[in-house]
Design a protein around this ligand. Structure first.
Ligand code: ZN
Length: 86
């Protein structure tokens, strides 16, 4: 669980954060307030596009692409700061 920026208690499930976007905030399980990620999180999508270009250019196999996408998701989940949306 990740810490909520509102109540500072671990109220954000890891998977919720992984699939949370700047336009799709989630609710804290402890205090019920809205929590989201800043628009800077869109920057993490840049390597995703590079991966797609690389996939096209180098005929990287599909498994390689999936590994890269999982890696990006893990980095995104760990390093994206959560912000209050209240
Ligand atoms: Zn909270």
């Amino acid at each position: 669980m990740f810490k909520c920026p509102n109540c500072h208690k671990p109220g954000i499930p890891i998977l919720k954060k992984t699939f949370m976007g700047p336009a799709a905030p989630t609710k804290c399980k402890r205090c019920g307030k809205k929590v989201g990620v800043s628009y800077y999180s869109l920057l993490t999508m840049i390597p995703f596009f590079f991966a797609l270009v690389l996939y096209d250019a180098t005929e990287l196999n599909l498994l390689g692409l999936i590994y890269i996408l999982i890696l990006i998701l893990i980095i995104y989940t760990i390093f994206m700061p959560l912000t209050s949306k209240e």
